[in-house]
Design a protein around this ligand. Structure first.
Ligand SMILES: *[C@@H]1O[C@H](CO)[C@@H](O)[C@H](O)[C@H]1NC(C)=O
Ligand SMILES: *[C@@H]1O[C@H](CO)[C@@H](O)[C@H](O)[C@H]1NC(C)=O
Ligand SMILES: CC(=O)N[C@H]1CO[C@H](CO)[C@@H](O)[C@@H]1O
Length: 367
């Protein structure tokens, strides 16, 4: 073959091997003890390394989680509650609290369950595994003002990114938000999905097995020049290129993570009266709106295992644990509890949120 023919042959081969014309995906599931994350407390090794964090989080994954996580130390974890044994990553979100309308005290809403979608989206790029130790944060813990609409918006060419949403499965399909809401006193309906919106809904989410849910999308383009620790600058969302989404030149296309976190709101259904305008839930940072929901991830993946999943598994909702020829195998019984470096108070009802965070949003705290 002439050199030109060799090159075009290679280009064709690469295109056949890696170009993705449509999304494939696999859902990572956890072995969580009912009601519980692997650990909880005021810990955030990305935003507040080495010190107690401002608010409490619920954390899943590898045992080497702590106030500080450096380099690829998660890979040395001796267990994980992820069902994939070779995933020692940590995944965390703010805790959710119920505020009693009777006496204003707070009770933690138990976790129902959490799962992480690994989307391998249509792209002209090669999708690579997370670099070990990669730190990512998405969402804005300080946000109390409404976003532009109630919908998710992940396309940078169409304006501000809206990576987070609340989903409220409900019998009879009632309005989840006041119909005239502008987002300053209550949340905003998603115009494309009646079950979802920005901010906490004003109804009880009463579908059995599917209570109130926090949804969080992560960006999938990584900038090696910024590096694994620079969580403020190392990730962006891919931009459209025809029907596909590609990363900037020189960046690495990673899996698109999507957290679904179901909180067990069922026990609180009779603790509040629905008035169609207000709701009793608050995030651990004091946010009454839900606009500030956010998620964090530090990768503890064995890269060979994850690359094989990216290239060869489209298990979808059946779960990543059903991927064929999974390297390292699955763990169905390991709950892998992690000791909390800054545990929350043990009392059932608290007079203040852990860290004494004042309430804010929707007319409270000057916002
Ligand atoms: C506050 O109200 C909750 C019910 O909403 C109740 O279970 C709890 O005991 C109350 N606490 C105090 C100190 O009255
Ligand atoms: C390994 O994990 C268990 C919890 O599952 C813990 O008790 C033990 O101390 C850990 N060992 C090391 C060396 O970290
Ligand atoms: C099914 C399975 O592999 N279970 C194992 C999970 O990991 C723990 C140790 O971390 C083992 O004791 C279990 O046998």
């Amino acid at each position: 073959m002439k050199p030109v023919a060799v090159v075009s042959f290679l280009v064709t081969l690469i295109a056949v091997t890696f170009a993705k014309d449509s999304r494939t995906f696999a859902v990572l599931r956890f072995n969580n003890e009912p009601g519980k994350f692997s650990t909880e407390g005021r810990m955030d090794p990305i935003v507040s390394p080495g010190a107690p964090a401002g608010h409490s989080h619920g954390v899943m994954g590898g045992h080497n989680f702590g106030l500080t996580v450096q380099g690829d130390q998660l890979l040395e974890s001796n267990c994980t509650n992820a069902m994939i044994k070779n995933d020692k990553s940590n995944y965390w979100v703010p805790d959710l609290w119920f505020q009693s309308p009777r006496n204003s005290t707070f009770k933690k809403v138990p976790l129902f369950y959490m799962q992480v979608y690994y989307f391998f989206d249509a792209t002209n790029d090669v999708i690579k595994p997370f670099p070990p130790g990669l730190k990512m944060v998405i969402g804005d813990s300080s946000k109390r003002t409404p976003p532009a609409t109630g919908a998710i918006q992940l396309d940078p060419s169409r304006g501000a990114i809206q990576p987070v949403q609340w989903v409220c499965p409900a019998n009879g399909d009632p309005n989840r938000y006041p119909v005239d809401s502008d987002g300053t006193r209550a949340g905003l309906q998603d115009p494309t999905d009646r079950g979802a919106g920005a901010g906490f809904p004003v109804i009880n989410c009463d579908i059995a097995g599917a209570p109130l849910r926090q949804d969080i999308h992560f960006p999938s383009c990584y900038n090696p020049a910024a590096g694994i620790d620079d969580h403020k600058n190392n990730m962006v969302f891919p931009t459209p290129n025809g029907n596909k989404f590609d990363c900037p030149k020189g960046w690495t296309h990673l899996p698109h993570l999507f957290y679904e976190v179901y909180y067990d709101t069922t026990p609180f259904a009779n603790e509040w009266t629905r008035d169609g305008q207000t709701q009793p839930y608050v995030l651990s940072n004091g946010d009454r709106t839900g606009y500030s929901s956010h998620g964090d991830m530090i990768s503890g993946w064995d890269t060979i295992t994850l690359q094989a999943i990216i290239d060869g598994c489209d298990a979808g909702n059946d779960g990543m644990d059903k991927c064929p020829r999974l390297i390292g195998g699955i763990n169905t019984s390991d709950r892998c509890k992690i000791d909390s470096a800054v545990p929350n108070p043990r009392d059932e009802w608290l007079t203040a949120l852990p860290g004494n965070n004042p309430l804010s949003g929707w007319g409270v705290g000057g916002v």
